[in-house]
Write a protein that binds this ligand. Structure first.
Ligand code: MOS
Length: 709
């Protein structure tokens, strides 16, 4: 059986979302709940000289005001990446220091949200202010020793083979260019919010949008000195996360600490404006690419040097060089990452962290090289595709990158491409075609799943792993339906609660690859326990015996295969743009994406993930940017009106196709996951099309109108 494409199944959770019955963190109804509003710093660098809470404390409905002077007790967690982690190493209200504008410096608790917000504005703060560093041109860079957090175990930035400098000097064709991306803000539909409910001084339930309920459970347990089982994290639904909801942020920690002190259930909602500083963003990057090739287009050198920025309170390196040893083979590689500290909130994971800005630079440079060599950019990529991961020294498992390129070119009609820039027009506008590759690693974690067969003929699948809007409920149900031979309507899925078996993290595009093998295994296990061949027989036996249920739990985990193979997903984007040069208007008018993600379990939600990635990439390419005021250090954008995103009117029809085969070297289901790959390469494909349309090479994102005039 070579089953790549699963049927397109509707979302299990679709009706609940449309009907408004899907419950998000801030919507859980808890009796006696009180409300907290964050007080945030109005300077970006300095110290709190005095903080006067007397007026706020006397305001109507106010229950308590917390500042660094009466900060509730919190313990620093181990901050070990795959166990327990917080986004900012500095604990909230730790001292009087202010490291970035919008940093949390207090929390006002009142009986209503409005009264808490009102009183928060009555807190009087005087500061000692230093000039903030928010301009990368003034920052000093050091080689990035770690990638993320305090004790990062991921591959470090620097890596070299051969002698790149010598080869560049003598190369027949070369590209040396610097590509920039802007600071991009996280803006999931569901804003960050936490409800903390202490049943007693040592038992905590947290309703929080968490991509990783078990990790968050361990982290809160460490933060409050509790045994893990005294903490419960509840996240049945998550309104988008994209990397910003994997670990607790300061507002959530402070919410739990204040609720413990007050012994009242407490809700803290982070406003959109507060989110611009407090819940992560993607650092701007500056990437210098040097490519050198022989006259017939064989790459000899890829040198990739990256600069990004972190906050004073945590290390986060945007790991752009992760893709460089993966995409194209070259005997001389040079990779380097540098990091500088600025007075900005802590940058963090954002859909394809590293891969997305990395592919922007590499795929732009490849296009420049193709023009320099007068070689079709598809041909140049086919000629140079890497057969192995050049850093890990391992061959790729189940790689169908070439098929992505060929199928995409055919679907798009690439062979009819005009051979010169500025040679296509339509309705008075310049038209351009562009393409770029996409890639993302195949990641997988350990996962446990429980299956319960009930006499009413339904199978319940239970796991802590959760669905952040990606379609995980549906993929789990479809996998169980196949394994048990039942219609999907008879499968009920419960996810996103730390009381359930450990389903791992909804991050790194790995939820499907982690969970699907565990679901399969648990389904086989439950039939063994039932001593039947089919679920139908098991249901019949249950009814006859009068038993309440038959259950089995199974755990699966990655194993020795990672020593033999490098697992990577692949793709290609082809697009058309139109440019109105009179007003600098750029529109994306046509899109084809072809992906090799191993087995596709649900073609409908998988295609949605790719479309979502492309849309987010169009935002990055055309409009998303956050600047910081050079004097006061504040982000100059602060809501959904000032930070521009694509709306439906900005998005063309996006055709998505899948190629390849199940990656059975990776896991027994053969699926590699699809959450992030869609965004990689998108901005490069657009800039490449803009060059084809206008003859202008834009190396600085976003491609706003003034850059096209
Ligand atoms: Mo993703 S950036 O791993 O949530």
């Amino acid at each position: 059986m070579n089953k790549v494409i699963g049927a397109g199944v509707n979302r299990k959770d679709g009706r609940a979302k449309v009907m408004g019955t899907a419950t998000y963190a801030a919507e859980h109804q808890i009796p006696d709940l009180v409300h907290g509003y964050l007080v945030t710093a109005t300077i970006a660098n300095g110290q709190i000289k005095s903080i006067d809470t007397r007026t706020a404390e006397k305001a109507p409905g106010v229950i308590a005001v917390f500042t660094h002077k009466n900060a509730p007790k919190i313990f620093k967690p181990s901050n070990d990446f795959m166990n327990s982690k917080i986004y900012e190493a500095r604990l909230p209200l730790a001292d009087d220091k202010v490291h970035y504008a919008g940093q949390i410096i207090g929390l006002v608790v009142a009986d209503t949200f409005e009264r808490a917000r009102d009183a928060a504005h009555l807190v009087k703060v005087e500061y000692t202010t230093q000039k903030p560093l928010v301009d990368g041109k003034e920052a000093s860079f050091k080689e990035a020793a770690g990638m993320f957090g305090e004790e990062m175990k991921f591959e470090k930035g620097s890596f070299a083979t051969g002698n790149a400098a010598a080869e560049i000097a003598s190369a027949a064709a070369k590209v040396e260019a610097t590509y920039k991306t802007s600071t991009e803000l996280h803006a999931p539909m569901e804003p960050h919010a936490t409800i903390s409910h202490w049943q007693d001084a040592n038992s905590l339930t947290v309703y929080e949008p968490s991509q990783w309920v078990l990790g968050t459970q361990r982290t809160y347990a460490e933060l409050f000195g509790l045994p893990t089982e005294r903490v419960r994290i509840v996240t049945p639904f998550l309104g988008g996360a994209f990397g910003s909801k994997a670990f607790p942020w300061p507002h959530g920690i402070l919410c739990a600490a204040a609720a413990r002190k007050l012994q009242r259930p407490l809700k803290v909602v982070v406003s959109r404006r507060q989110m611009t500083a407090n819940t992560g963003h993607r650092s701007e990057t500056e990437q210098t690419l040097r490519l050198a090739a022989t006259a017939d287009g064989n790459l000899q050198v890829i040198a990739h040097e990256v600069k990004s920025y972190t906050s004073p309170v945590n290390v986060f390196t945007e790991p752009c060089t992760s893709i460089t040893p993966v995409m194209y083979a070259a005997p001389n590689l040079r990779l380097n990452q540098e990091l500088a500290v600025m007075n900005v909130g802590t940058p963090t994971f954002m859909r394809a962290p590293g891969e997305n800005p990395g592919m922007w630079a590499l795929e732009s440079a490849m296009d420049e090289l193709a023009w320099a060599l007068k070689i079709d950019p598809v041909e140049l990529r086919l000629k140079n595709e890497a057969k192995q991961h050049q850093r890990q020294g391992l061959p790729f498992s189940a790689k169908h990158f070439a098929e992505c390129l060929r199928v995409g070119a055919k679907e798009f009609g690439w062979k009819d491409r005009a051979k010169q820039p500025r040679s296509l027009t339509r309705d008075g506008k310049l038209i351009g075609w562009g393409m770029a590759a996409a890639t993302f690693p195949g990641l997988r974690g350990k996962a446990s799943v429980k299956v319960r067969l009930l006499p009413n003929g339904t199978a319940h699948i239970l796991t802590s792993g959760n669905d952040m809007g990606t379609g995980a409920y549906t993929v789990v149900a479809a996998t169980a339906a196949e394994a048990l031979g039942l219609p999907i309507e008879q499968i009920r899925v419960e996810m996103g609660d730390s009381l359930l078996p450990d389903g791992g993290m909804a991050g790194g595009s790995m939820m499907t690859a982690s969970l699907a093998p565990a679901v399969m295994s648990a389904c086989q296990e439950v039939l063994k326990t039932a001593k039947t061949k089919t679920a139908q027989e098991a249901f019949a036996n249950l009814r006859q015996s009068g038993r309440a249920a038959i259950e089995a739990t199974a755990s699966t985990a990655p194993g020795a295969e990672a020593k033999k193979w490098a697992f990577q997903s692949w793709g290609a984007h082809f697009c058309e743009v139109s440019v109105d040069e009179e007003i600098g208007r750029l529109r994306v008018t046509r899109w084809v994406s072809v992906m090799d993600i191993g087995r596709v379990i649900n073609s409908k939600t998988a295609a949605s993930q790719v479309r979502g990635g492309v849309i987010m990439g169009i935002g990055q390419a055309l409009m998303e940017e956050c600047h910081f005021d050079p004097n006061i250090g504040y982000p100059v954008v602060y809501d959904l009106a000032t930070y521009h995103f694509p709306a439906h009117a900005d998005i063309p029809r996006i055709e998505v196709a899948f190629v390849g085969e199940p990656d059975l070297n990776f896991n027994p289901v053969g699926a590699r996951g699809v959450g992030e790959i869609g965004i990689t390469g998108v901005s490069a494909a657009i800039a490449n099309a803009v060059y084809h349309a206008t003859g202008k090479r834009i190396r600085d994102l976003p491609i706003t109108p003034e850059k096209l005039l």
